[in-house]
Design a protein around this ligand. Structure first.
Ligand SMILES: N[C@@H](CCC(=O)N[C@@H](CS)C(=O)NCC(=O)O)C(=O)O
Length: 246
């Protein structure tokens, strides 16, 4: 693995140490898993730092002053080591899809994003919808209803609506994946597939019968988790998903 705690070192054939090129700020089981997988896919040295989003284990670290000084949006994933700045810390890139595209573009030999503009746009088409509609809207309604209303009495209704939205969106994903394609973008494995993995995993977390309801998506996810890079991310983050597809 290319990471170990604060500063990752890898050793070439001559045992010359290499300092990590990037640092991933992540929360186990969150949308940062997609970036974590892609860092493992490209195999460049990186290190990782926990910024827990759930509050279950380590407290809600995304909401601390310390983290907000780095990323005023108070979210993960974030990747350090990307030239430039839009807000927050210098050289810190936020927004999962932007990070995925950056990593794929800077590591073309990994072939995680098509070079042809129309095919690249298909990947962005997928990720923009997943980030905006499935994540921010539907999972927001389920897990963060306070973002939609101050009225706590409305939280249960919002959670129900969020689950209905997820049902519609997941049925749409299944319909897309049922045409015989192997990966989200038919041409091959891209950064969209690690991103889709996040939403499949979250489906299990909200107790959807993912295998029963979404067989094509389940087969795609089985192919995804068979990849060594995905296995390494899952072991590192303690994420478990057992799929039997026959
Ligand atoms: N638009 C951002 C959303 C990131 C996001 O919401 N991340 C979640 C984890 S999956 C988070 O940091 N949540 C903490 C919070 O909402 O306070 C992206 O796509 O990267």
């Amino acid at each position: 693995m290319a990471h170990s705690g604060e500063i990752a070192m890898t050793f070439s054939a001559l045992s010359a140490p290499t300092i990590a090129k990037h640092r991933l700020y992540y929360s186990p089981g969150s949308c940062s898993m997609a970036v974590h997988i892609v860092l493992e896919e490209i195999g460049e040295p990186y290190d990782q730092k926990l910024v827990s989003a759930s509050g279950l284990k380590e407290g809600e670290m995304t909401a601390t002053q310390e983290w907000k000084a780095m990323n005023p949006k108070g979210r993960v994933p974030a990747l350090l080591g990307v030239a430039g700045r839009i807000g927050g810390a210098e050289d810190l890139l936020t927004e999962g899809p932007a990070i995925l595209i950056y990593l794929a573009r800077t590591n073309p030999s990994a072939k995680l994003l098509p070079a042809e503009p129309a095919a690249e746009a298909r990947c962005i088409e997928w990720m923009n919808w997943l980030a905006g509609n499935v994540h921010a809207m539907s999972y927001g309604q389920i897990w963060r209803p306070q973002r939609f209303t101050n009225d706590e009495n409305s939280f249960p209704a919002l959670r129900i609506r969020g689950k209905e939205n997820i049902s519609d969106q997941y049925a749409y994903i299944e319909s897309l994946l049922s045409d015989g394609r192997q990966w989200a973008v038919p041409e091959g494995y891209t950064v969209v597939d690690p991103y889709l993995f996040v939403f499949y995993y979250w489906g299990t977390r909200i107790d959807l019968d993912m295998r029963g309801l979404y067989p094509a998506w389940t087969r795609l996810t089985a192919r995804t988790i068979a990849r060594p890079a995905v296995q390494r991310m899952m072991a590192n983050e303690g994420v478990e998903l057992f799929l039997q597809t026959d």
